[in-house]
Design a protein around this ligand. Structure first.
Ligand code: T1G
Length: 714
């Protein structure tokens, strides 16, 4: 028996404890060890039943995802868990699976191969494989519908959402929820069932039904997958595999599952999503901020500014159960801000996202304020006032006076330099916390390191982002930080393409078909074209003479076309905010382009995508080189969670790796030749392309060689 498994005896019950920290993943050797323990148990006359339980914080988090790369590169052979699970299911003596923490993927498949399942009330079970671009690959799509029915199995396998233990018990997936000590309860349960038959999930046909009976369920699942997981292959494969459970005997169903699983595993989509899985776990690893850095306790917070962003940020804190003061300059502004918050919560209740009781509780946590009087005991303040340096500096000076020593002063600025800190006597406590609109929905949080931001303040904000249900990414302090700095060139190219003859809707359609949640021009209309226009006007003095600048959006703003907020921008909007192509815009842009003597031409969807996406990649490479981002994967995660970039492409930097940097570089050189300086290739991109390397390799080499330095806080 290797170290993965320990066996103990409890009065006729063998307890098999899986111990493979941190999450008991089914690494090579572990399934074999469990199988051997089951055989030993069956051979021991003194033992009547077995309990399988996980050591540490969880049952089993699934197959070892770290092994997938080795399998798809051919470094190690593909290992199937099916025979090992059949060995458990065919055990002569009953096997009880005792679940705490998570039984995910192969972990739930292991549990379903057991004859009974018990769980602690906080346990979760699920088949999240689609989030990795794969499907269950160890008979999960065959045993699950037999245990919970086709509808639930399709939902769990195609959407990948976890199910709580009490809900799983209601579905018949869990036989008993154990309050109190799980092991004690599981051993007692094992004794109860020791002399009863050991039901095999694969033989339970009662909940399957026929193809005809399930036709509507399967059709609805397909539609939902195409809509909610647009472009992703794995959800459709998962539905197809569950369908095989209805139409085929167990063994054939497993073979059909294996075929679909293998196709998914070797797909670019899966490689991209696994890249993101591990990337998300790298985010918190900051070279000069070790994980044992002390954090500042955050029990009370304040937000300054109750506008759209301020109100959303206050909701984020309240949703995490943290009392929040919300300050604004006068009663009218505050009433408006609180009204918007109440409206937001009301629509969340209407859409079933929150229960009314939850909302009432959250609203009680938000206290409107007209002064800084109560700011003396808050642990962090987030400033979300109008985007003007002078105003922000005066607010920070006020906060410096009103807040206790050690309180963190954070700014939600999306473009301004964190030198705002200079307005305080405590620059080490100043940091950027850039939320994305709507703040109570978008998961991304750019945490902007100022020149003097202390390690404690950084560590606190990184940890706080998790507590707020956000994905916190540490970025350097340059104009637009990472996300918006890259978004500039991306939207610049979208405007240029329209000025050169492309139709507005063609530009957006090309990027939506590429997989983006929304096209660049429609996104501008959503955010408000005037936001960028005001910033461009503020920075006009920084524009290099002789460098082409897009003009279309500025001209639209001069005509009061700010987008959705004025019911017209690039598109015209109806009362339901639906976008309609506006021939007036096409005519206006053609006229302006003629005045600017810009030759008009037919532009392919391929060129549209290349110019917009490679503009992202080129600027991303500059940001990496200038160290305003720690890793290329950090940039990818920013774009997936803040800008609607398709997750199954892994983010702009990973996408470029997948296309191949030599090809991307060559295309950028073509654009450089056509469009001159704006498309000068980033030196890092040139170097990697010429050395046949990838951004992912750059990340690995940087961290392996300890070259991962602190982000540039300028
Ligand atoms: N394999 C390998 N490493 C894993 C892992 C896994 N399945 N799950 C987590 N880790 C590592 C992770 O990289 C991190 O490492 C550490 O464990 C802690 O993770 C056959 C084919 C279980 C809910 O998709 O959802 O089974 O950074 O920070 O927040 O059909 O981990 O410390 O070096 O996330 O407490 C399906 C994935 C696999 C579940 C715990 N399973 N894991 O969350 O910790 S495919 C999953 C999670 C499969 C079968 C198929 C979460 C968690 P490091 P963490 P956490």
């Amino acid at each position: 028996m290797n170290n993965f498994v320990k066996v103990s005896r409890h009065d006729g019950v063998a307890v098999i404890t899986i111990d493979n920290p941190p999450v008991n993943a089914l690494s090579p050797g572990l399934p074999e060890a469990i199988g051997a323990a089951i055989d030993e148990m069956n051979a021991d006359p003194a033992v009547k039943a077995a309990v399988v339980i996980g050591a540490g914080r969880t049952f089993v988090a699934g197959a070892d995802i770290k092994e997938f790369g080795k399998m798809t590169s051919g470094a190690t052979p593909r290992r199937s868990l099916l025979p090992f699970l059949l060995r458990i299911e065919d055990s002569r003596k009953p096997v009880v699976m005792a679940i705490h923490g998570a039984a995910f993927g192969g972990g739930l498949e292991l549990a379903m191969a057991g004859h009974y399942r018990v769980a602690s009330p906080t346990a979760q079970v699920g088949q999240p494989e689609v989030k990795l671009g794969i499907i269950p690959g160890a008979a999960g799509t065959q045993r699950l519908p037999r245990l919970v029915g086709v509808a639930k199995a399709v939902e769990m396998c195609a959407e990948g959402k976890p199910v709580s233990a009490p809900d799983a018990a209601a579905l018949g997936l869990i036989d008993r929820v154990i309050d109190g000590d799980l092991l004690t309860g599981a051993v007692a349960f094992a004794r109860e069932i020791a002399d009863m038959p050991a039901p095999k999930a694969r033989e339970r046909m009662g909940k399957l039904g026929t193809l005809v009976e399930n036709a509507a369920i399967l059709a609805a699942a397909h539609d939902a997958a195409r809509k909610k997981q647009r472009g992703m292959k794995a959800p459709l494969a998962a539905i197809e595999a569950v369908e095989a459970a209805i139409t085929m005997p167990f063994e054939e169903g497993c073979q059909a599952e294996q075929k679909l699983f293998t196709e998914c595993l070797f797909s670019d989509q899966s490689k991209a999503l696994i890249h993101i899985f591990f990337g998300e776990r790298e985010l918190a690893k900051i070279p000069d901020v070790p994980k044992e850095t002390p954090v500042i306790p955050v029990n009370r917070v304040a937000v300054v500014g109750s506008g759209t962003m301020g109100g959303g940020i206050a909701m984020v804190f309240a949703n995490a159960g943290i009392p929040v003061l919300l300050k604004d300059v006068d009663e009218a502004a505050l009433d408006l801000g609180m009204e918007k918050i109440r409206k937001n919560y009301a629509s969340s209740v209407q859409r079933g996202r929150f229960k009314q009781a939850f909302v009432d509780e959250r609203l009680r946590l938000i206290t409107p304020a007209l002064s800084y009087d109560a700011f003396s005991d808050v642990d962090i303040v987030v400033e979300a006032v109008f985007e003007g340096m002078a105003l922000k500096k005066s607010v920070f000076a006020d906060l410096d006076r009103a807040c206790k020593p050690g309180a963190i002063l954070a700014s939600n600025t999306s473009t301004l330099n964190i030198e705002i800190a200079g307005a305080t006597s405590r620059p080490e406590a100043v940091i950027g916390t850039h939320f994305f609109s709507p703040a109570n929905v978008m998961r991304l949080l750019e945490i902007v390191r100022g020149k003097k931001s202390s390690k404690e303040v950084i560590a606190t904000c990184m940890q706080l982002s998790k507590r707020l249900g956000k994905i916190g990414v540490l970025v350097g302090n340059c104009r637009g930080f990472v996300g918006n700095r890259m978004f500039g060139p991306y939207r610049r190219e979208a405007q240029f393409l329209v000025e050169e003859g492309a139709d507005v809707e063609a530009v957006d359609k090309a990027l939506v078909e590429f997989g983006n949640a929304m096209g660049p021009l429609a996104t501008g209309d959503l955010a408000g074209l005037d936001v960028g226009w005001r910033i461009r006007k503020e920075y006009r003095h920084l524009e290099k003479p002789g460098i082409r600048q897009p003009f279309a959006e500025d001209r639209l703003c001069e005509l009061g076309r700010y987008g959705q907020k004025t019911m017209k921008g690039w598109y015209r909007y109806d009362e339901n905010r639906r976008a309609n192509v506006d021939p007036e815009v096409t005519a206006l842009v053609r006229k302006w382009s003629a005045e600017a003597e810009i030759p008009q031409r037919q532009i392919s969807a391929e060129e549209i995508v290349d110019r917009c996406i490679y503009a992202l990649v080129n600027e991303g490479a500059r940001i990496l080189e200038e160290r305003f981002a720690l890793r290329a994967v950090d940039i990818d995660i920013i774009y997936l969670n803040g800008y609607g970039f398709p997750a199954y492409r892994g983010g702009p930097m990973w996408h470029a790796d997948t296309v191949g940097l030599p090809k991307v570089y060559q295309r950028i050189c073509e654009f450089h030749h056509q469009h001159r300086e704006l498309w000068a290739p980033a030196p890092l991109l040139k170097r990697l392309a010429e050395s046949g390397k990838t951004f992912a390799e750059f990340d690995r080499e940087q961290s392996a060689a300890g070259l991962l330095e602190r982000v540039n806080s300028a």
